[in-house]
Design a binder for this molecule. Structure first.
Ligand SMILES: Cc1ncc(COP(=O)(O)O)c(C=O)c1O
Length: 440
């Protein structure tokens, strides 16, 4: 199907932009996308996010708006809220955060004052910028203190977390992160937060889909607030949610609006509602468990090829590879893999002697390839491609990179991308059209 057939109004109004959309669809179809924070949304989520809900202003909350004409929007937002509450088993959900970073900023606004001490995992250890890291507003407007993982096993050092929390008495503690390959012990964090008097926030952006699908323990009952993006393993649109017990509902709602944001993006709220409905289906449980099974199989295959994995493997969707022993820096490897049709990101590894913009590792994950229907049987081949490409990166062997790219494209052609052009029935995903074909 051509881009003109797929997006006729766009192609007519702005052929230049339409061509770029077509090119991106092709790129997403032909490559093996291993960035663990990315995914493919279903056709239904994609359609919901491109509706006339885009045209409506709705400052406030259902039943309490500053604009009239909310007959339908109130119902859309209420659907999303009720589905989030049911799926995650929480008292309260706010579905308005524009994305994960503003959601986290709203948490600080709700529970801390500028200059207060806040605590989170250090960015180079696997935390997120918004967990109090210095270059982020959260680390300059607040006093960020940071914990990490142990150097010998790459696991969170709970003695360090407890000592730091009792010494620094932070107002807010964040657990969760962006490069954590292991299960998060929410109960252990909960005990420390209660002992130190902090509000505990689980930032489950990466693992929300795994939690929803029962493939990772839930933080409910252990933490005060749950923050999540909706566009990673949860397989929704780019957005975020804050969830909590009833006692924190007012503070969080006030922090999002009017504290931090204006009108909610109603088209995104609608797409979140659709994604939450999809995530409540039995087939999404299959998807979540398949993501983890693929990651474990890929980790095993990489270990068998001599790769060093931070913490020795994975419990979830994510694998952090330390390339030090391969003598190929992460950035050079990531760029070579990209030329080979395998899309990853370069990443620091804990205690990385190299700089964040030129670190020692790469971060990979299995949410996207699982959405396309790949299984553990494919993972030895994926590991072989990574191995060949990393070796070729070190020797400048562009022929090998081109050969891998062709092999990747051949496999991916048999597993069409969901949403834009998929034909294959993948657990928990609705598909729209068959065959990517040529876009002109
Ligand atoms: C754990 C975590 N929190 C927050 C965010 C921020 O989300 P966004 O990029 O939507 O602002 C991310 C994104 O990578 C993340 O991984």
């Amino acid at each position: 199907m051509t881009v003109q057939q797929q997006h006729p109004a766009l192609a007519a109004a702005d052929p230049e932009l339409a061509a770029l959309v077509g090119a991106e669809e092709r790129l997403q179809a032909e490559t093996l996308r291993l960035i663990p924070s990315e995914n493919y949304v279903s056709a239904a989520v994609l359609e919901a996010s491109g509706t006339v809900l885009q045209n409506k202003y709705s400052e406030g909350y259902p039943g309490r708006r500053y604009y009239e004409g909310q007959q339908n929007i109130d119902q859309v937002e209420t659907l999303a809220i009720e589905r989030a509450k049911a799926l995650f088993g929480v008292d309260h959900a706010n579905v308005q955060p524009y994305s994960g970073s503003p959601a986290n900023l709203a948490v600080y606004l709700a529970f801390a004052k500028p200059g207060d001490t806040v605590m989170g995992m250090a960015l180079p250890m696997g935390g997120h910028l918004t967990h109090g890291w210095g270059v982020s507003a959260t680390g300059s407007w607040f006093r960020g203190v940071q914990y990490g993982v142990r150097q010998d096993d790459g696991l969170i050092d709970f003695d360090q977390v407890r000592d730091l929390a009792l010494k620094e008495r932070p107002k807010v503690i964040f657990c969760g992160g962006t490069a954590l390959p292991r299960t998060i012990d929410f109960a252990a964090f909960g005990e420390i937060a209660r002992e130190s008097g902090a509000v505990l926030v689980a930032d489950v952006a990466h693992i929300a889909g795994l939690i929803a699908g029962g493939a990772h323990p839930s933080p409910v009952g252990h933490v005060d607030v749950i923050s999540t993006t909706t566009h990673k393993t949860l397989r929704g649109p780019r957005g975020a949610m804050l969830m909590s017990r009833e006692e924190h509902a007012k503070a969080l709602d006030k922090a999002i609006f009017p504290g931090l944001q204006g009108g909610p993006h109603n088209q995104t709220t609608a797409a979140i509602a659709v994604a939450l409905r999809e995530a409540s289906q039995p087939s999404f449980r299959d998807y979540a468990h398949a993501v983890v099974a693929n990651a474990k199989a890929l980790a095993e295959a990489l270990l068998a090829r001599g790769f060093d994995l931070v913490s020795g493997g994975t419990d979830n969707h994510l694998i952090l590879i330390d390339l030090t022993s391969r003598q190929v820096p992460g950035k050079i490897a990531a760029k070579a893999l990209d030329r080979a049709g395998i899309v990853v990101n370069y990443n620091t590894v804990p205690y990385d002697p190299r700089k964040p913009f030129d670190p020692s590792g790469i971060r990979i994950g299995t949410p996207s390839l699982t959405s396309r229907g790949l299984t553990p049987d494919h993972m030895p081949e994926v590991a072989e491609w990574i191995d060949r490409a990393v070796t070729a990166a070190g020797t400048g062997d562009e022929d090998t990179l081109a050969a891998v790219r062709a092999e990747v494209a051949a496999l991916m052609a048999a597993y069409p991308a969901p949403g834009g052009a998929g034909a294959r029935c993948v657990p928990g995903l609705t598909h729209r059209r068959a065959g990517i074909g040529s876009h002109t």
